[in-house]
Design a protein around this ligand. Structure first.
Ligand code: HEM
Length: 147
């Protein structure tokens, strides 16, 4: 319960528009693994990562990712209701060539974004609470990926 409060409050403190935070997260992701950029078919329409991340298609994916996280935060009490959606999402990412190990790098990028946005509010318990939630999301996506 304490974990849920930490997650909800920190997510809310990022403000209503989560897209800028998503850009920070994906900038970090493409720094950690630049090859992920090429999995987006529309990456041929842009040059480097910063340019791609300002393109409408990439911004749309960033927006979708933030909406999934938002859904998870909203459903902390009943994450299992997202199960079918997440299984399907994992399957779709398998189809576009994302490896399950990359979900771990996404997690690191999420924590990086939280740390840069929250500053001193980013504590060890908060980090652990986010990791726990993210690992539930990734475990469902990974099961869907393998199906
Ligand atoms: C769709 C790549 C991580 C949520 C897609 C697509 C690609 C892609 C190529 C299809 C084209 C598009 O819709 O833009 C990646 C890569 C990731 C990643 C390379 C990093 C390893 C994530 C994560 C989430 C997510 C972590 C959410 C937690 C979505 C959603 C869609 C999508 C909601 C739309 C699926 C649909 O069409 O129903 N992703 N993705 N992605 N991705 Fe990702």
């Amino acid at each position: 319960e304490k974990d849920k409060g930490l997650i909800r409050d920190s997510w809310e403190s990022l403000g209503k528009n989560k897209v800028p935070h998503g850009i920070v997260m994906f900038t970090r992701l493409f720094e950690l693994d630049p090859a992920l950029l090429t999995l987006f078919s529309y990456s041929t329409n842009c040059g480097d990562a910063p340019e791609c991340l300002s393109s409408p298609e990439f911004l749309e994916h960033v927006t979708k990712v933030m909406l999934v996280i938002d859904a998870a935060v909203s459903h902390l009490d009943d994450l299992h209701t997202l199960e079918d959606f997440l299984l399907n999402l994992g399957r779709k990412h398998q189809a576009v060539g994302v490896k399950t190990q990359s979900f771990t790098v996404v997690g690191e990028s999420l924590l990086y974004m939280l740390q840069s946005s929250l500053g001193s509010a980013y504590t060890t318990p908060l980090r652990q609470a986010w990791l726990n939630m993210y690992s539930i999301v990734v475990s469902a996506m990974t099961r869907g990926w393998a199906k």
